[in-house]
Design a protein around this ligand. Structure first.
Ligand code: ZN
Length: 129
């Protein structure tokens, strides 16, 4: 992994991947970040053990939108177990800018991941491992 992702943040926030909603989502979950006013909703379409489709919607700062866009790209087509295993560190590595010392921005960056995780649990599709 290299730092070129950090230059993608504006691109991702302007032209996000997988933006929208799924009409027949297996589960949806929306999270808010009151510190910044971000809202991110994640819609998941799970078939068997695979995340067949994922979309996000909402409104927020560039980091929250870019991170949701990058997260959906990373998760789409993966196994449910891989989605469960996807960590904060994995997402921060995709985002590629150091946020560890900026708790407000860190919340922005991790909002979509939180929505994803709660949505996955809500779907009752927790892996056996
Ligand atoms: Zn934000």
């Amino acid at each position: 992994m290299s730092s070129f992702y950090s230059e993608d943040i504006l691109e991702h926030s302007k032209y996000p991947s997988n933006f929208g909603t799924l009409e027949h989502a297996t589960c949806s979950h929306e999270e808010h970040n009151p510190l910044c006013g971000d809202r991110v909703r994640i819609d998941l379409m799970i078939e068997g053990d695979t995340v067949q489709d994922i979309r996000f919607s909402g409104k927020g700062c560039a980091i929250s939108m870019a991170s949701a866009s990058m997260l959906t790209e990373a998760i789409k087509g993966q196994s449910v177990a891989a989605a469960h295993a996807f960590s904060k560190d994995d997402l921060l590595e995709l985002i590629g800018i150091p946020l560890q010392h900026n708790p407000v921005r860190l919340k922005c960056a991790l909002l979509s991941l939180k929505a994803l995780k709660v949505g996955l649990y809500a779907a009752g599709s927790v892996g056996e491992e």
